[in-house]
Design a binder for this molecule. Sequence first.
Ligand code: CA
Length: 225
Amino acid sequence: MRILVVEDEEKIASFIERGLKEHHYTVDVGRDGEEGQYLADVNAYDLILLDIMLPKKDGVSICRELRQRKNATPILMLTARDAVTDKVSGLDAGADDYLTKPFSFSELLARIRALLRRGREEKVDVLRIADLEMNLLNHEVRRGEQDIKLTSKEYGLLEYLMLHANQVVTRTMISEHVWKEDFNSFTNVIDVHIRYLRNKIDKPYPTKLIHTVRGTGYILKEASS
Ligand code: CA
């Protein structure tokens, strides 16, 4: 799950970013209205956290423009003021929900989960291949009866592989979707994380699911051929 946070207050932005990453969300941060708008236009997000009071372009305008362009990504507005007008204009502009600052992180998480659930009504909440299961809402991963604890990067990598099960994914695809700007010159970073992931989800089990496609990348599938 990839979330865009548009927030100009450094402290709040890093608090949200850190917390969401700990909960296995992939996070991009836009520091002002223009950067936020740009990120929302070029990337596909599962949810956008949008502050209202932003330099360069305010959150309500961004929200309105995204909706005009048929961008249906769930939007949770953040407002510093408990002003009814802010909430109303945000909702009128097409936001799905709002949260007044200061807020507790657990409330933020609950709102995010609710919006993601709503957005996923027609999609699947649990990805499955063979006896491997990934719950996209509570982020639990299990193989058979065994709970598997993954780091955020391992989770992101496995989610990407599961969403593309039975398709070859190249290292370029993985680096663009799982690492993004964090990924730089270390081309073996992906291979190393694949190894970590294999140690957790494949090594203890007779049926291997992650297969290397020589010179190209990887494929997640049940058959061993
Ligand atoms: Ca602000």
